[in-house]
Ligand binder design. Structure first.
Ligand SMILES: Nc1ncnc2c1ncn2[C@@H]1O[C@H](COP(=O)(O)OP(=O)(O)O)[C@@H](O)[C@H]1O
Ligand SMILES: [Mg+2]
Length: 306
C-alpha cells in the first residue's frame, strides 16, 4: 500500500499582489539548490561576486561614476538551472553578509498576462513603485524576475495590431521603474531569467550589470548531474544509487549529452516508472531500464529539434 502525504503549510502564504513568494534568508533549502546545480565553478563565482558587489559598492559610489542598476540576467535554454541558480544565489549572498536580514521576493511572472486590458501598466507600476519599494525600505532585498520576457517584452517585435498597446506601456513602465528603484534603493538586487533572450527588450538588457549565459551541460556536467541524481535517490532506494557505480553508468552518462539538467533528472524518474512494478518498487529498476529511458529521451529531443 502506498501512503501519500502532502505539506500544505507553504501553499497558502499571504503575499502582496504580484509577488508569489517571500523568503527570509539564509535558507537551507536554497543552499542545497545552489549546490545541486552543476555548472562551471567560474560561472558560480562570477555570479556570486557580482551579487556581492551590488550590495557593497552601489551605496558608496555615485551612479554617474558606475551606472549600476542592480540587475543580473541569466539566459539560456529551458531546464539549465537558471531559476535554481537565481534562488540559490540569494541564499549565497545572504550568507556572505553574515547577520544581514536579506529577503527574497519572487515576482509572479504572469502578473502581466493575468491582468485585464488597461490594467497591466498600472499593475506593473504598482508592483515596482509600491510593493518592491516598500519591501526595500524595510531592508535589503533580492528580487527574482523569473521569465522576464513576460515583463519586459521586446517592443520592436510587437505589432500594434496584434498586441495591446498596453504591453508596450507595461514594458516602458518596467524600465522607468527599474531606473527609479536603482536611483533610490542601492540595497536591491534583481536577478532576472529568460529562456527567450531575443524576446526581451534591448533597453532591459542594456540595464543589466551582468548578463550570463547558462548553457546546456557538457559531457562532464551531464555525468555529474546523473551521478548526483542517482546517488541522492539511492538514499531512499539503494539499488538505484548503486547504478552510479555500475558498468553501464558511463554509457548512461554519455546518452545524457544534449539533454538539459531538468530532462536528465526527469528521465531518471521516467525510468523508475518504466513499469507498474518498478514504479511501486523503484529498487527493482535496472541500469538497462535507465539506458533505454535516456535513449528515448534523446530520440525525442532530436525529433523535437528537427
Ligand atoms: N546544471 C544543472 N545541474 C544540476 N541540475 C540541474 C541543472 N540544470 C537543471 N537542473 C535540474 O533541473 C531543475 C529545473 O531547473 P531550473 O532552475 O528550473 O531551470 P531553468 O530555470 O533554467 O528552466 C532543477 O531543479 C535541477 O534539479
Ligand atoms: Mg526557470
Amino acid at each position: 500500500m502506498v501512503r501519500l502525504s502532502f505539506n500544505l503549510e507553504e501553499t497558502f502564504v499571504d503575499t502582496p499582489k504580484g509577488i508569489h513568494r517571500i523568503r527570509n534568508l539564509p535558507d537551507a533549502t536554497l543552499r542545497q539548490l545552489w549546490d545541486s546545480i552543476v555548472i562551471e565553478a567560474e560561472t558560480k563565482k562570477q555570479l556570486h561576486a557580482q551579487a556581492i558587489l551590488n550590495f557593497t559598492v552601489r551605496k558608496r559610489v555615485p551612479r554617474t561614476v558606475l551606472p549600476l542598476h542592480g540587475i543580473i540576467f541569466l539566459v539560456g535554454p529551458p531546464g539549465t538551472g537558471k531559476t535554481s541558480l537565481a534562488r540559490g544565489l540569494a541564499d549565497r549572498v545572504a550568507r556572505s553578509f553574515d547577520g544581514a536580514k536579506i529577503r527574497l521576493l519572487e515576482v509572479d511572472p504572469h502578473v502581466l498576462g493575468s491582468s485585464a486590458m488597461g490594467k497591466t501598466q498600472k499593475a506593473v507600476s504598482e508592483l515596482f513603485s509600491q510593493t518592491i519599494a516598500e519591501a526595500a525600505m524595510a531592508g535589503p532585498i533580492i528580487v527574482l524576475l523569473d521569465e522576464v520576457e513576460t515583463l519586459a517584452t521586446d517592443r520592436t517585435k510587437l505589432s500594434l495590431d496584434a498586441n495591446p498597446v498596453d504591453i508596450h506601456r507595461a514594458t516602458d513602465a518596467v524600465l522607468t521603474q527599474l531606473d527609479d528603484l536603482a536611483e533610490k534603493y542601492p540595497d536591491i538586487l534583481f536577478v532576472a531569467t529568460s529562456n527567450f533572450p531575443d524576446a526581451v527588450d534591448a533597453a532591459f538588457s542594456s540595464r543589466c550589470d551582468l548578463i550570463l549565459e547558462v548553457p546546456l551541460p557538457n559531457a562532464d556536467a551531464c555525468k555529474q548531474i546523473l551521478k548526483d541524481c542517482l546517488t541522492r535517490i539511492g538514499e531512499a532506494y539503494p539499488a538505484i544509487g548503486s547504478i552510479a557505480a555500475s558498468p553501464l553508468f558511463s554509457r548512461c552518462a554519455a546518452e545524457c549529452v544534449g539533454l538539459d539538467g531538468r530532462a536528465i533528472r526527469k528521465t531518471v524518474a521516467n525510468a523508475m516508472a518504466a513499469t507498474v512494478e518498478t514504479a511501486a518498487n523503484p529498487n527493482s529498476m535496472s541500469a538497462d531500464m535507465l539506458l533505454e529511458a535516456l535513449k528515448a529521451a534523446k530520440a525525442n529531443r532530436k525529433k523535437g529539434g528537427a
